[in-house]
Design a protein around this ligand. Structure first.
Ligand SMILES: NC(=O)c1ccc[n+]([C@@H]2O[C@H](COP(=O)([O-])OP(=O)(O)OC[C@H]3O[C@@H](n4cnc5c(N)ncnc54)[C@H](O)[C@@H]3O)[C@@H](O)[C@H]2O)c1
Length: 253
């Protein structure tokens, strides 16, 4: 049976772990070959995905905030696959960030968050979009956050970075529309990702967020993959510049 993404080439930043791992697996399940770009070692993740879903899956260590790393990634994808069909800009700094009043955020921390969460997706789009041009299709999916819409206390750098992603999505959608490359975002609600589990100070958020939802339960990474596959597949060919909130109805755009 044909799958939605048979033979596609998908790049997932931060794709070895947590929500990104769920994204890598979901794309592979639909038949896509997967390139994992992560600062964390994704060799085993790629091997397991390749074995489980019978697709090509490769890992390249990449810090998305460094242009030389992103250019090396683009060169590897070009040499190995010749093109790219799907880019998922998932890597970001989040759970490990200390929760403090914005007046206590050192400028170095602010810049580091912007470097990974904003410059990263910009660099990835800049160097991967050329691998999509001329094919009559291409999908860039940015991972934003519901916090861009409702704010969050003591997380100013992160919230600012995710609001930038919503704006960047619209700007890149306009720039890439003529090349039939769609650019959209997913705004997840607070999700029990691996790193949220690893940071106990995040637990208080879970209870408060569940109460804010129309669908009152904890959100897990698997809740995000349906929207991801939709935005990666031809089913979304006339959807661009949008941010889809996937959060059980906490924010309603
Ligand atoms: N977990 C949540 O509640 C939540 C809510 C809304 C949005 N999001 C967004 O979803 C995405 C995934 O979140 P998560 O909770 O799985 O995060 P996580 O911290 O668990 O995982 C992030 C992944 O990105 C990688 N990464 C970090 N810095 C990188 C860099 N400079 N270059 C390349 N890779 C890097 C990490 O190694 C890891 O694999 C992020 O964009 C996050 O902002 C998460």
């Amino acid at each position: 049976m044909t799958k939605a993404l048979d033979g596609a080439v998908a790049i997932v930043t931060g794709g070895s772990y947590s929500i990104g791992r769920a994204f890598s697996e979901a794309l592979a399940r639909e038949g896509a070959n997967v390139v994992i770009a992560d600062i964390r070692d994704g060799t085993d993740a790629a091997a397991e995905i390749s074995r489980q879903f019978n697709v090509a899956a490769v890992f390249q260590r990449t810090d998305v905030s460094r242009e030389e790393d992103v250019m090396a990634l683009a060169a590897m994808v070009k040499a190995r696959f010749g093109h790219a069909d799907i880019l998922v800009n998932n890597a970001a700094l989040f759970a490990e960030l200390p929760k403090v009043d914005f007046r206590e955020i050192p400028v170095e921390t602010f810049d580091r968050v912007m470097g990974v969460n904003v410059r990263g997706p910009f660099l990835m789009a800049k160097h991967i979009a050329p691998l999509m041009v001329g094919r009559g299709r291409g999908k860039i999916i940015n991972i934003a956050s519901g916090t861009a819409y409702k704010g969050q206390r003591h997380l100013a750098a992160y919230v600012t970075s995710k609001a930038a992603i919503v704006g960047m999505t619209k700007a890149l959608a306009r720039d890439l529309g003529a090349e039939k490359i769609n650019v959209n975002s997913i705004a997840p609600g607070f999700t029990e990702s691996a790193s949220v589990h690893d940071n106990p100070h995040q637990k208080a958020n879970t209870d408060a967020t569940v109460k804010s939802r129309a669908l009152q339960r904890t959100q897990v990474p698997e809740d995000l993959v349906g929207a991801l596959v939709f935005l990666a597949s031809p089913a979304s060919d006339f959807v661009t510049g949008q941010t889809i909130a996937v959060d059980g109805g906490s924010i309603m755009l």
